[in-house]
Ligand binder design. Structure first.
Ligand code: PGA
Length: 261
């Protein structure tokens, strides 16, 4: 069983001072669990100072985004090459980037490939919109987003991809509807099935599949208990360090309960 992955996606919140204050409290409150990997994804600007403040044995860093080229005349962009060594993970294809910044399936594929090329583990976000869900297109959307994103990778490289299933309608930004865990189970199973079909069962068993979308300290357990759910991508609730610590502790309790089964 790989380690569970619990990721705080701070989005465009917290300046350097706020981020540092958070980590100060978080370091004290965090209970270390060997089987849980804790990742903070702060703004790009705060990655460097936080890298000096966190205890790297307990917490890792993720970028929220980066560009697919390694260097060149791309004003305003930061590459995975530049982030290499500073972060272990990078969120790629978040729905806010797909929607607000018009990121295409192909650009997201190139970013996933660039992350792997630079030894950074992608956290690939995929998920359907409400109209797509109503039209019964969830599987098609998941299939297209997932398969395109990993299409330039070998089976060995695919193992390093972490897939975060985030139905758009459940993300706080886009309405934050509570998702029924039994429905989420079906899509998690479908994601693994798709990877297995294309890259084999051994690859599919190593890819971690997370859930994201208004996960908070109250309902995290319902998602983390799902079969094959290897973690959570947490937005709004992660801005409160106490809530985030509570989600991490819940992940640990669920692991222990799953082990007993
Ligand atoms: P949320 O965000 O927990 O605020 O819904 C999750 C995400 O967008 O990654």
């Amino acid at each position: 069983m790989s380690r569970s992955l619990i990721v705080a996606n701070w989005k465009m919140h917290f300046n350097i001072h706020d981020a540092s204050l958070y980590v100060h409290h978080f370091n004290k409150a965090l209970n270390y669990h060997r089987s849980i990997e804790v990742v903070l994804a702060p703004s790009l600007l705060t990655l460097q100072p936080l890298s000096l403040q966190i205890d790297r044995r307990k917490v890792r860093l993720a970028a929220q985004n980066a560009y697919s080229k390694d260097d060149g005349p791309y004003t305003g962009e930061v590459s995975f090459t530049m982030l290499s060594g500073l972060v272990d993970y990078a969120i790629v294809g978040h729905s806010e980037r797909r929607i607000y910044f018009a990121e295409s399936l192909e650009l997201i594929r190139d970013k996933v490939t660039a992350a792997i090329r630079n030894d950074i583990n992608p956290i690939l976000c995929i998920g359907e919109s409400k109209p797509e869900k109503i039209a019964g297109e969830t599987k098609r959307v998941i299939h297209d987003q997932l398969i395109t994103a990993v299409s330039d990778l070998t089976a060995e490289e695919v193992k390093r991809v972490n897939v975060a299933y985030e139905p758009i309608w459940s993300i706080s930004t886009f309405g934050g509807e509570h998702a029924d865990p039994t429905e989420i189970q079906k899509t998690i199973d479908y994601i693994r099935y798709q990877i297995s079909e294309l890259y084999g069962a051994s690859t599919a068993s190593e890819v971690r599949v997370l859930y994201g979308g208004s996960v908070d300290d109250q309902d995290a357990g319902g998602y983390l208990a799902l079969d094959g759910c290897d973690g959570a991508l947490v937005g709004a609730a992660s801005l409160d360090y106490e809530k985030f610590v509570s989600i991490i502790d819940t992940a640990q309790s669920i692991r222990l309960a799953k082990k007993k089964d």
